[in-house]
Each structure stands twice: as C-alpha cells, then as structure tokens.
Design a protein around this ligand. Structure first.
Ligand SMILES: [Zn+2]
Length: 203
C-alpha cells in the first residue's frame, strides 16, 4: 500500500525494452509436439516403419501419445513383424498386418478417457483409412503430418476423401529446425563437472 499509485506519477515509457535472459533457441510448440511424436516412434519394434502420434488439446496439453505396436499381451517374440515381401512366410497369420495397432489408433486408445473433441493430432506419417475413421469418430479436428510417402495408394486417398467429407483439416508440417538432439550424456557430464568443482573448492 505504501507504493500506491496516484495521478501525479510519471507513466513508464511504453517503448522501453525489457531486458531478460530468455533463451532464443527454445522449441516452438509445433516442433515440440512433432518431436514428441517422433520420439514415441522410437519405441516401435517394426523393422520397416516406425510411426509416432501425439494428440494435443486447445490448451496445448498433450492428451495422448502412441506408436505402432502389437496389442497388449501379444508379445513381439511370439508374433512376427514380417510382411509378405520378406519372403519368410506366405501365411497371413505370420504377417504383422494381422496384429499391428497403428500409432494414431494407439494414441486414441491411450487417451485414458479424455475427450479428444476439438484436438489436433501430430503424426509422423499421413494416417491410413482405418486410422482416419478413428480420428473422425473421436472428434479430432486437425491433423498435422510430416510424411505423405504413400499418398498415391488408395488407402491414403481414402483417408483424404473421408477427412474432406468430415471437415477434418490436414496439413503437412514443416519443422522450423533440422533436428532436435536429446543428449543424455550432457546431464550426466554437467552433474559430474559440478561435483568436481565442489570438490576442488573444498581443497
Ligand atoms: Zn493407420
């Protein structure tokens, strides 16, 4: 109360710049969410295609993450990741297509009861027709994707046809940086260096 403003006080100069030490190279939101999808894809055991998805609400909160994998209880050691072109087996029961849950589907299923209405889905690969159905039915409104390498396949053309009909927007996302490096060793080394500095100070 001692600093109460009164009419005679000089107003601060509105043009004055605030000096602070804010980092300049912090991750922007879209790069952050796509990087989260990519990090999730690193969990996939699929030898040929690793896909990750991250669903974000309008408050920029991550509400679900997923990657392509087999259902719970269906061990990667008991079920095969092979596909027909591998030439390992002609039996469909020995092919991954019978069992794999796609990243987008896993993300939707992993949302833990949270409503996905109005959310945005970040995915490393354009959704297939089966995932597109789930995306539409779960209420996701926007899809940001990185790769659309199968654009000409009917499966993916079907996705776009459904998205267009359902009013789901989809946009290829171009990151603003070439890479995001996650360096575990940096943290370990930093702690080690601080510890060494502390020891040196005690000497
Ligand atoms: Zn899919």
């Amino acid at each position: 109360m001692s600093q109460e403003l009164n009419g005679s006080q000089t107003p601060t100069n509105p043009a004055k710049e605030v000096v602070n030490l804010k980092r300049k190279d912090y991750l922007n939101w879209d790069d952050y969410f796509m990087a989260t999808a990519l990090l999730s894809a690193k969990r996939s055991k699929d030898p040929s295609t690793q896909v990750g998805a991250c669903i974000v609400d309008t408050q920029k909160r991550i509400v679900a993450i997923g990657y392509n994998g087999f259902p719970r209880g269906c061990s990667d050691d008991a079920f095969s990741w092979s596909k027909p072109s591998d030439g390992i087996s002609t039996d469909p029961l020995e092919h991954k297509y019978m069992y794999v849950v796609h990243a987008e589907a896993n993300a939707i299923l992993n949302s833990n009861g949270t409503s996905l209405v109005g959310t945005r889905l970040y995915t490393t690969l354009f959704p297939c027709n089966e995932c597109a159905k789930l995306i539409i039915q779960s209420g996701v409104k926007e899809v940001y994707y990185m790769s659309d390498k199968y654009a000409e396949k009917p499966t993916f053309r079907g996705s776009k046809r459904m998205f267009d009909a359902a009013g789901i927007s989809y946009k290829r996302y171009t990151p603003t940086r070439k890479q995001v490096i996650i360096n575990f060793d940096e943290i370990i080394q930093e702690e080690l260096n601080i510890s060494l500095d502390m020891k040196a100070l005690k000497m």
